[in-house]
Ligand binder design. Sequence first.
Ligand code: IFM
Length: 468
Amino acid sequence: MPSFPADFLWGAATSAYQIEGSPDADGRGRSIWDTFTERPGAIESGGDARIACDSYHRWQEDLDILSEVGMKAYRFSLAWSRIMPDGRGRVNPRGLDHYERLIDELRRRDIAPIVTLNHWDMPEALMADGGWIGRSSVDAFVEYAVAASERLGDRVDWWITQNEPWIIQLLGYQLGLHAPGIRDLRGAVTAGHHVLLAHGRAADAMRPFTRGRIGVALNLLPCVPATDSQEDADAAWGSDGYVNRWFLDPLLRNGYPDDMRAHWERATGGPLDDVIRPGDEAAISGRSDFLGINFYTHRVMAAAAPGPDRPFPWQVVGSTGEVERTDEGTEIVPDAFRDLLIRVHRDYPGVPLIVTENGAIFGDSPTHDGEVHDVRRTRYLRSHVAAMAEALDAGVPLRGYMHWSLLDNFEWALGYRPRFGLVYVDFRTGERIIKDSARDYARIVRDGGIVAGADVRASQVDSLGAFG
Ligand code: IFM
């Protein structure tokens, strides 16, 4: 019996800021990323996303590619500041027109739209109240979610309110490496809480306008101890609280985990009662029809003393020995992916799962024949599809898989150097070239999984160049 159900949502993902460009088109307002990219040194090589993949203009070409490789779903995000240019109040109909056209065309092609509301590009105007640190951000997000679902709710079956709350909290507000570039530990945990609260409140507010399912995409990282010691086991569990359970528990249980709350309160110098107010946890819990999982790698953890740059008693040490890695050095661990899917289902039963991102940086570019023979991405994709098949066989209610990303794109603070795409983008011309990995993915989709006999050994993948 095949592991993947016939209606499995095979697809690819992007986000507005990373691909669209056209920051001034059709009444778009300024976003926090427009401001952040202007900060000297914020973006590697000083790049910005004024053009990116030019998908605001070339979206039909992107959809042609999705059709050509047989995708069943496309995850993309709405640019918040195209719809609410001032953050609150005025809705910009031209922003909604754009996404309505995109969604209608996807549906005409029988490709399911999976629509993310906040993939990090908050309107700059909301920074007047502290961005996500300000509690009023929750109401602003609800206004936006209502505007989007009022117009688009009848044609979207899958909504993702928030993408990667932990990354917003960590990189945006704790380390200042992403927009809005704030470094404030208590501000970070506050921001993360408001992101979750905004999910819960927005989900309630959207229901009258849509029968689509509403979820959140969490980037989950299995945390494993570096050694057999009890100290490292504690470090791994603590890190799991920081990265995973701090978000899973309030969304899919009844509130924040006590152990991590104690860590946060110790590190930020006091109780969080003024941040996590009575009723907040009840407003977050039980509002998710599905969980989106973004998976890239794991964290190998060791105990460590807290210090000025280490708020919690653990540190990431990485694996020793031979481990397969991406071009960025990220460990490739498909078994951890399978185990994570099984664990989430075991610990939070009854919630359908969609892999809303999974992918890797491999810098392949066109060779003499004009094609991109990205053998390692093909192998990566196959090994992760095999992991999902094992999870499905173990009973995990997995509904879909979105490869990150459809296109090489603007990788935030790292600029354009890291290439995540199934499709190569020449950033000077905007030309797209479908990589070998995308053609192999098309075959997996057509076959409904990896057919028997095809495994993930490098020697076999090496012969995949003939797919085209
Ligand atoms: O590009 C990002 C995406 O925006 C969010 N998840 C991780 C991806 C790769 O870093």
